[in-house]
Every structure is written in structure tokens, then in C-alpha cells.
Design a protein around this ligand. Structure first.
Ligand SMILES: Cc1ncc(COP(=O)(O)O)c(C=O)c1O
Length: 491
């Protein structure tokens, strides 16, 4: 018979040793990250095949688990924190952010009510208000922390629906002779708008995609026309979703004009500033906040641009009570913990159990300050502008969209070395394929990671900056890699 491990937790002296081991592991990982391939190039299923299928019957030592992380997990990762990871919106991780994540682990609270977690609740209210002040939002806006912007918009549209069709919360949607609701958003807006419609029973088809202008901003004349058409056909315009920093090009919709249309038609205005919102901490970007104070709800993802580790998304609602009244529900077994509360965040969404996300935001925002974040965002823009200059100087490439934030969409436009033929003459499909292959080949090499998207039906390459570890040297290397890969593929 072998020795049974003791019950209870790891003995304190052993735990201390393991923590030190883990601290060294984290520090080594961060120090050597630059040397790792940015992405693996394995077949789907390769990692799973290397892992035991049988669930563990007996306890395994920490050393073995840690060594398996090094051996099996780390090589199977796309390293989003790598300085050559230039996909999506870039991605950042900082020392204070990691410390914030670690610090919340041993506290391990459930921030569902004030009583079950007073400090977590009050800190959440505090950091959400810091963000409100940085964004220049009037104090009639209150906020709540969710995991993601997708969850934020779902809650916002649930409130919009309740206000247009009172008692939906109670009676549901069916057999009530309600009109078909419509929600308008641009053809560049994020798919979370449709996801919200799916979840809320509004129907994916009732999300109407409004065309955009040459700079990928919502065309407000087209919005007006679509609303008029829908009214004539007895649809009920429910909401408009304006985007500040669209997913493909970081374009900014004319929020103020959209707000006016919403007021005219008594529609809810949701501003999706998931990506772009963070730039409002820079005085030179204040223009992007125009019209926000007219909105009913605004979502901002500090995990995208304000240095908080994933996940941390804030939904602001003008008069937060509107949100609370749709979602508050206190079962008997929680009643004792809801009386005399400052605020019970479980009342502001469908989630009951909630992580202590505010701690990491509080720690990173204190560690960097607004000024420290602003300097880093400005550095991202400096690197962005460098890349833009290099693209403009190379006649084989062209920019595919205006550059307002650290997101650059561009494409290879010629297939032969010597002459730059017009796109009308060029083989467009082959060029699209070539642009796509450049991205795929680079990503498979593990030397950098970029993404591709389609703009006006054409495939373009896309680089997003956001990582504090990415330097001018990294960008230079990435650009040379793109040029060389284009050259090789054309041959
Ligand atoms: C503009 C925009 N809105 C919403 C989202 C959804 O964000 P989340 O992943 O937090 O749901 C994204 C994601 O990239 C986005 O780019």
C-alpha cells in the first residue's frame, strides 16, 4: 500500500517554495519570450495527442505539472504577448498586470453582492468611475464590469428592448403581438451585435447593416433611409450601434449625427468603443468622444487598449438603474446577503458569481497612471506612422484604409516586379490569394503573426500594435519579412 497524501491544502512551506518556483518560471518566460516562435505550426489535434487521455486518478507533483507546461503547453501556444505578435489589436501584458492577476487569485472572492465582498464591490465602483472620468463621460453614467464587450452589448440591448416593450422581462416575447424590432449598425461593426440579437430573441436578420463611406464610417443618410423604409414596412426601430474603432480598420462612426437620429426616432444608442474608447485618455483623441454623452450605453474594453489583462470590459449606461431594473432578481437564499448593501453587482447582469476583476485594473492603473498609459499609446502611434511611411514608400504596396489608431490595413498591389499595373488589369483573385498567402506563410514561420481581413471585397493584410514590448526594431523586422515573403511568393 502506498502512502496517502495528506488531506487539506499544500503545507505552507511547500506552497512557498512552489510559489517561488512559479515566480521564477514567470520571470524566465517573460525574459525569453522574444526567443520563442510566435505561433506553432502543428496540425490540429497534435497537442491533445501528446496529452494523456485518462483523467488523473492520483495526485501528481507540482514539478511534473510545471515541466509539462514547458514541454507541451508553451510550444503549443500562439504567444499573444510576443513582441512580434501583430495580430488583431496587438495585445499587451505588463509586469503590474501579471501581478494584479496573481494578487486576485488567493483572495478568490465572489463579488456577487456587497456583503459577500465589500472591497471588491467598492473597488469595482471606484475603478469604473476612474474610467468614466478619463473618458470624459458625465456622471449620470454608471458602469459595470463584465468579461467582454459582447456580453456588454447583449445587456445593453436587453434594456433597450425592455424600454420599448415593457414587461418583456416578465412575459417574454412570444404571443404578445410585438412588432419586429430592428437594430442598425454599420457594415464594419463587430459580429457581437448579431450575437446579442441571437441571445435576446431579436433575430439575427433584424440587425440591419448600414453601408459605410470611403473611410469606413457609417453613412448616416443611408441609416435614415433604412429607418424610413422599415417604418413604412411596420418594423420597429429599436436601437443603433455606432462603433468607435471598428474591428478591421479602427474607423470611427459619426456618433453625434447617429445620436440625433436616435433621439428623433426614440431609439436606444449603444456606442461600441470596445477598442477605440481607450484612446480617449489622450487629449489629441478627444474628438472621438463627440456624441458619447448622448448615448444610452457605451462599452469600453480596457483589456484592449488600457493595459488591463484579459478579461475586463466596462458597460456604461446612462442612469444605471435602467440596467438594474431589468436584471435584479433576489432569490431567498441570497436575500440575507443583499440587505443594507452599497451595491450588489449581481443585479446588473445575468451573472451571479463574479471574479474580482477590479483589483487588477486598480493595480495596473495605479502602476502606470494615465500619463504612463498615454505615453505608451503615443509610442504605438509613432510605430504605426513609421510603418505607414514604409508602406507608402514601397510602390508594390498600398494602404487599404485611413490610419487613425494603431491599426494598419494594406495590400500588395502588383504581381510582377517591373511594372505597377492598374488593379483593373491585374488578376484580382490572384492578388487576393497572394496577400492571404503572405500572411499565412509568415504566421506559419513563427517569426511574426499578422491577420488578414476583407475590405470592399478585397483581401488585405492587417497589423495591430498594442504590445509594450514591440519596438521599432521589431516593426522593421516584420516589414522586411513581409517584403521578402511577397518577393518570394511572386517568384
Ligand atoms: C469593435 C469591437 N467590438 C466588440 C468586440 C468584441 O469584444 P469582446 O471580445 O470583448 O467580446 C470586438 C473584438 O475585437 C471589437 O473589435
Amino acid at each position: 500500500m502506498h502512502d496517502q497524501p495528506p488531506l487539506g491544502d499544500t503545507p505552507p512551506e511547500v506552497f512557498r517554495k512552489q510559489l517561488h518556483q512559479l515566480a521564477d518560471w514567470i520571470a524566465d518566460f517573460r525574459e525569453n519570450l522574444d526567443q520563442l516562435p510566435v505561433a506553432p505550426n502543428d496540425e490540429p489535434g497534435a497537442i491533445r495527442r501528446a496529452l494523456p487521455v485518462q483523467p488523473p486518478e492520483n495526485a501528481e507533483p507540482f514539478d511534473k505539472i510545471l515541466s509539462d507546461i514547458n514541454r507541451l503547453i508553451v510550444p503549443g501556444m500562439v504567444h499573444w504577448s510576443h513582441p512580434m505578435f501583430l495580430g488583431y489589436f496587438g495585445w499587451t501584458q505588463t509586469g503590474p498586470g501579471i501581478l494584479g492577476e496573481i494578487a486576485s487569485a488567493p483572495l478568490n472572492v465572489n463579488a456577487m453582492t456587497w456583503r459577500t465582498s465589500p472591497a471588491a464591490t467598492e473597488l469595482e465602483t471606484l475603478v469604473v468611475d476612474w474610467l468614466r472620468q478619463w473618458m470624459g463621460l458625465p456622471d449620470e453614467f454608471g458602469g459595470v464590469v463584465y468579461d467582454t464587450a459582447s456580453v456588454g452589448i447583449m445587456h445593453a440591448l436587453a434594456v433597450a428592448r425592455e424600454e420599448v416593450a415593457p414587461s418583456t422581462r416578465k412575459l417574454g416575447l412570444t404571443a404578445r403581438n410585438l412588432p419586429r424590432f430592428r437594430v442598425y449598425t454599420s457594415d464594419q461593426a463587430h459580429s457581437s451585435v448579431e450575437k446579442a440579437a441571437i441571445a435576446l430573441g431579436l433575430g439575427e436578420e433584424n440587425i440591419q447593416r448600414v453601408p459605410t463611406d470611403a473611410e469606413f464610417r457609417m453613412d448616416v443618410a443611408a441609416l435614415r433611409a433604412m429607418i424610413e423604409r422599415d417604418l413604412a414596412e411596420k418594423y420597429k426601430p429599436l436601437a443603433a450601434v455606432a462603433t468607435v474603432g471598428t474591428t478591421s480598420t479602427a474607423s470611427v462612426d459619426p456618433v453625434l449625427e447617429i445620436a440625433r437620429i436616435c433621439r428623433e426616432h426614440k431609439m436606444w444608442l449603444h456606442v461600441d468603443a470596445a477598442y477605440g474608447g481607450g484612446f480617449a485618455i489622450l487629449p489629441e483623441y478627444k474628438g472621438i468622444t463627440e456624441g458619447w454623452s448622448e448615448a444610452d450605453s457605451i462599452v469600453i474594453n480596457p483589456h484592449k487598449t488600457l493595459f488591463v489583462p484579459l478579461d475586463f470590459s466596462v458597460l456604461f449606461v446612462r442612469n444605471l438603474e435602467r440596467l438594474r431594473s431589468v436584471f435584479t432578481l433576489v432569490p431567498e437564499y441570497l436575500r440575507g446577503d443583499t440587505i443594507e448593501a452599497e451595491k450588489n453587482y449581481m443585479d446588473y447582469g445575468i451573472q451571479l458569481g463574479r471574479r474580482f476583476r477590479a483589483l487588477k485594473a486598480w493595480m495596473i492603473w495605479r502602476s502606470l497612471g494615465r500619463a504612463g498609459m498615454a505615453d505608451r499609446l503615443r509610442e504605438q502611434m509613432r510605430l504605426t506612422n513609421l510603418l505607414v511611411d514604409w508602406i507608402k514608400a514601397d510602390k508594390r504596396f498600398e494602404l487599404a484604409a485611413p490610419v487613425l489608431m494603431p491599426v494598419v490595413c494594406f495590400r500588395l498591389v502588383t504581381r510582377d516586379e517591373s511594372s505597377r499595373r492598374s488593379e483593373a488589369k491585374a488578376d484580382i483573385t490572384a492578388l487576393d490569394r497572394l496577400n492571404s498567402e503572405i500572411v499565412e506563410r509568415i504566421n506559419a514561420s513563427g517569426r511574426a503573426y499578422l491577420t488578414q481581413t476583407k475590405l470592399r471585397g478585397r483581401t488585405v493584410m492587417r497589423i495591430g500594435f498594442g504590445n509594450v514590448l514591440t519596438t521599432e526594431e521589431h516593426i522593421r523586422r516584420a516589414w522586411e519579412l513581409i517584403q521578402d515573403t511577397a518577393h518570394e511568393l511572386r517568384r
